[in-house]
Design a protein around this ligand. Structure first.
Ligand code: SAM
Length: 239
């Protein structure tokens, strides 16, 4: 039976694609839906895979959804690939998944690269319970979203662009207090990967004095309203 695969691709290091992702791209997928066909074409070429591709991105997804779902219903298996990481995580994909489920088409997201997991784990902040907020809105609702973290008992993960990092850290410090623990993960899996940990004020002090380049994830510690994770029981499995 035909199916939709969501296929995670490397966020920087080309070794980070899984063996299964390569096999499914090679042997099972008849059409690759790509956020950027040029980028995905180069990636597939790197792994020695040649497949027909079609564009699927935020500017055409509403328009092309129905056509791709009909083709899958008629028997084609498709693989969705975004520019980096896992499709539908701050990337196109959700609408297609929802339409496939409505049409009773099987959907399978392969496990694989995504930026927020290594950023969260490297931060050293409790990773047993966390909230992922993706990108903050640029204008409307931005401060409200930040204010929702004032008493949050969870570690929070945000995506950010380098040119907005300082502004965002400054707004976070204004609302949450400059003493809140945080971490900035930059260029994960790439040559210049770094994780900088400290209070929001310390991070502002550092990034205020440096040119900020590369891709960024911000991790913010929980408000100190509950016992810290190491003071209470952490459950690792159901048994
Ligand atoms: N789908 C992707 C995922 O699974 O992580 C996210 C796509 S979103 C359009 C791009 C954002 O992810 C970047 O602006 C940055 O916040 C984060 N990101 C992607 N690659 C990264 C990397 N190598 N290092 C740090 N952050 C990264």
């Amino acid at each position: 039976m035909s199916k939709l695969y969501l296929i995670p691709t490397p966020i920087g290091n080309l070794e980070d694609i899984t063996l299964r992702a390569l096999r499914i791209l090679r042997d099972e997928v008849q059409l690759v839906l790509a956020e950027d066909t040029r980028k995905t074409g180069m990636l597939l070429k790197h792994y020695g895979i040649s497949k027909p591709m079609a564009s699927y991105h935020q500017h055409n997804e509403h328009r092309v959804l129905e056509q791709f779902v009909s083709r899958m219903l008629a028997g084609e298996t498709m693989g969705l690939i975004t520019d980096a990481g896992t499709p539908a995580i701050s990337d196109p994909g959700f609408l297609l998944v929802r339409e496939c489920i409505k049409a009773q088409l099987p959907v399978e997201c392969l496990p694989g690269p995504t930026a927020f997991v290594p950023a969260l784990v490297n931060s050293g902040l409790p990773a047993d319970r966390f909230v992922f907020l993706g990108f903050l809105p640029h204008k409307k609702g931005r401060l409200k979203r930040i204010a929702s973290l004032v008493e949050s008992p969870y570690t929070t993960v945000l995506y950010e662009s380098p040119h907005r990092l300082l502004k965002t850290l400054t707004q976070l410090a204004e609302v949450l207090g400059g003493g809140r623990q945080a971490a900035v993960a930059r260029e994960l899996s790439k040559l210049h990967e770094e994780t900088r940990r400290g209070t929001l004020d310390e991070l502002i002090g550092h990034y205020g004095n440096t040119t900020i380049k590369g891709e960024i994830v911000i991790v913010i510690g929980a408000a100190q309203t509950e016992p810290a994770a190491d003071e209470e029981e952490t459950i690792y499995s159901e048994s």
